[in-house]
Design a protein around this ligand. Sequence first.
Ligand SMILES: Cc1ncc(COP(=O)(O)O)c(C=O)c1O
Length: 407
Amino acid sequence: MKIPETGRSKDELIAEMKQRKRADADWRGGKTWSLIYPAGEDIDEVLREANNLYLFENALNPFRFPSLREMESDVVSMAATMLNGSPGAGGAMTSGGTESIILAVKTARNRARENKGLDKTELLAPVSAHPAFAKAAELLDMELKQVPLDKDLRCDVAAAAALINDNTALLVGSAPNYPHGIIDPIPELAGLAAEHDISFHTDACVGGFLLPFVEKLGYEVPPFDFRVPGVTTMSADIHKYGYCTKGASVVLHADQSNLRFQSFYYDRWPGGVYGSMAMAGARPAAPIAAAWAVMNYLGEQGYMKQAQRLKQTAQQIREGIESIPELHIWGDPFISVMAFGSQSIDIMAVGDVMDDKGWHLDRQSGPNALHMMISPNHDRVAGRFLQDLREAVKAHGKSKGKEARYS
Ligand SMILES: Cc1ncc(COP(=O)(O)O)c(C=O)c1O
């Protein structure tokens, strides 16, 4: 394909894009269980306007656009307070969970290099940790060692202890993890890391903007944030349960003096000093504006309201699944992310029927499961989903052999 010889009209292009979009997942209808986190039309409107206002600016140079610098600093500061960082905590906005994780891993690697004189470094992450840690290890030339899970599908602390050696730079736990929605034993893992003077990262990409508000609602939440001694960095995605449009996450440091291990400076070229906290060079401004806008629009009360909605829907769905004799939930997921499987029927074949009914459930392997990430707007479709699931369990054929696939 090549760029067309002559341009086409805007109307024609928009019409074609709308036509192409018809084949995309119907997330507005509540039929997708990951990727997008719809929470309300009013929130969508705020996001639309904030994105529009900053569509063309570039967040690479904060001196040109002081409004962006202020908003980014507000977002980071609000997130650090939300996660109980001390006044000495700090961080930066990134494009998403993966970038936050890569930067946290880089911080741990460079800190271990400087403090311990390490040349080769290793990172320890549970088998259930997000692939972003494996990606970070590959990019940063570190060795990833996977920690097995215990019988409850949580990171096995004794196994982690056995894997620590002189080259270990970082230990990781999730709050919660993606595959099963389970929170790892963060206090035990972070304590272990502190004992060995290694960095510890809580991956709260999913839980960072959810667990604090569940706690504020009065529910018990396992310790996971900067109140836990030994936690040195955290990631929390605003574009998940912060309800922002894509491209917004924060990486936070318990001690902001460690930001120097995250940052990159270069001046050996004619262009002058080039300093950057991120993986990217030019950075879109719209996610910063959208994150700032949605956090201020919802406020703590708004996030608590969404957390309550989510909790009720997740409970309804979990109880509905558990009431189907052939099915069971894997482990004890904390709230809104869960995976279910079966001892007696082929869960992948159930997934095929659900596909035919228009529900997009991701498949997982080891253990075989169908995966759900619930959003507030799923409260409208939970009943219909459970009815379809009951039918799919009763009347499914042979599995079509679709593989487990995340992206
Ligand atoms: C627990 C966890 N960590 C990290 C990530 C990576 O986030 P992103 O896809 O925004 O890079 C995800 C994504 O789903 C996740 O669930």
